[in-house]
Design a protein around this ligand. Structure first.
Ligand SMILES: CC(C)(COP(=O)(O)OP(=O)(O)OC[C@H]1O[C@@H](n2cnc3c(N)ncnc32)[C@H](O)[C@@H]1OP(=O)(O)O)[C@@H](O)C(=O)NCCC(=O)NCCS
Length: 170
């Protein structure tokens, strides 16, 4: 059963494995075709602990970590944030974990952080992610042409966003 918990230091080796997994990273903006290291992820985690503009969670199947997700660029003035998710374990993709995890994160962003808007960038070819985001209520705000490079090719990036409906207060 899906469980969401705080992202913690024990997740560092999983971050390395998942971010380096070609099946999981092929549509991830700054990872596709590149490798990360334990050292780089330890550094990332140290910075993360000091950084108020980021909030990450680990997605588990009971106690087994299967992926992570989070918000970056949390802006308390504009009340928006950038959203990210990866189900790193191959056998857990397409089984509903992504959808449930995203519902948790959206709820966290709107209710706990009182955000007005959450946004993300997704490769046009990432059909699985696009379908999920549309289902959850994200709408395309724009397309950046040839924004990223992966597999020796340029790729368009769709920018999508979801709004806290009914929240008009500044
Ligand atoms: C994108 C991702 C987070 C989706 O999570 P997931 O657990 O695989 O997806 P779910 O099983 O929750 O499925 C959610 C919806 O996606 C769609 N979907 C799932 N598997 C699919 C597939 N193989 N092909 C097309 N659509 C698919 C379905 O519409 C599904 O909804 P439904 O079951 O109600 O019909 C996950 O696949 C992933 O981590 N991919 C690699 C990293 C990545 O691309 N991250 C996103 C960067 S923008």
């Amino acid at each position: 059963m899906i469980k969401i918990r705080q992202h913690n230091k024990t997740d560092i080796p999983f971050r390395v494995a998942w971010l380096n997994n070609p099946k999981a990273n092929r549509f991830i903006g700054d990872m596709s075709g590149r490798k990360t290291t334990l050292r780089a992820q330890r550094q990332w985690f140290d910075n993360y602990l000091k950084d108020k503009s980021k909030k990450f969670f680990t997605i588990c199947d009971d106690k087994t970590p299967v992926g992570f997700m989070g918000l970056t660029k949390i802006d308390q003035v504009r009340r928006n944030a950038d959203l990210f998710i990866i189900i790193g374990e191959d056998k857990y993709r397409g089984r509903g974990f992504g959808k449930l995890a995203m519902l948790y994160l959206i709820d966290y962003g709107f209710k706990k952080l009182k955000l007005h808007k959450m946004y993300l960038g997704v490769y046009k070819e990432n059909k699985q992610a696009l379908k999920l985001y549309k289902k959850l209520g994200f709408k395309v705000e724009g397309i950046l042409k040839d924004e990223t490079i992966a597999g020796g090719k340029f790729h368009d990036l769709l920018f999508m966003a979801i709004f806290n409906k009914g929240d008009k207060k500044i």
